[in-house]
Design a protein around this ligand. Sequence first.
Ligand code: AMP
Length: 110
Amino acid sequence: MCIFCKIVNKEIPSSVVLENDDFLAFKDINPSAPVHILIIPKKHIESFNDVDSETMAKMTPFIKEVAKKVGVFEDGYRLITNINDNGGQEVKHLHFHLLGGTKLAWPKLV
Ligand code: AMP
């Protein structure tokens, strides 16, 4: 079982921000910004390449709700999903990084 499935099953502790039947939002253990939340579907989907449009349609309002709950919705934030090796995906369970809480830089990535 992957590490994020274990977090969903509460086998590994996490700092939960928001949860419903389908999705979970929790704090990243190694934050890259003052606000750094990971948002995942509870069902195991390997990456954005594998997600169906119905799941994404449900995930969109959940992500916005998380952004409101952590107080970044109006000021702005960044959503990132890393895909496979060149995208730098370490955990092979679809997740969106929600980053904010300050004015984010846009560094050169290569
Ligand atoms: P990625 O490189 O896009 O796959 O990102 C994986 C993210 O998961 C990284 O930002 C890690 O800090 C984070 N992470 C790994 N294990 C945990 C954990 N147990 N709880 C919270 N975040 C985690």
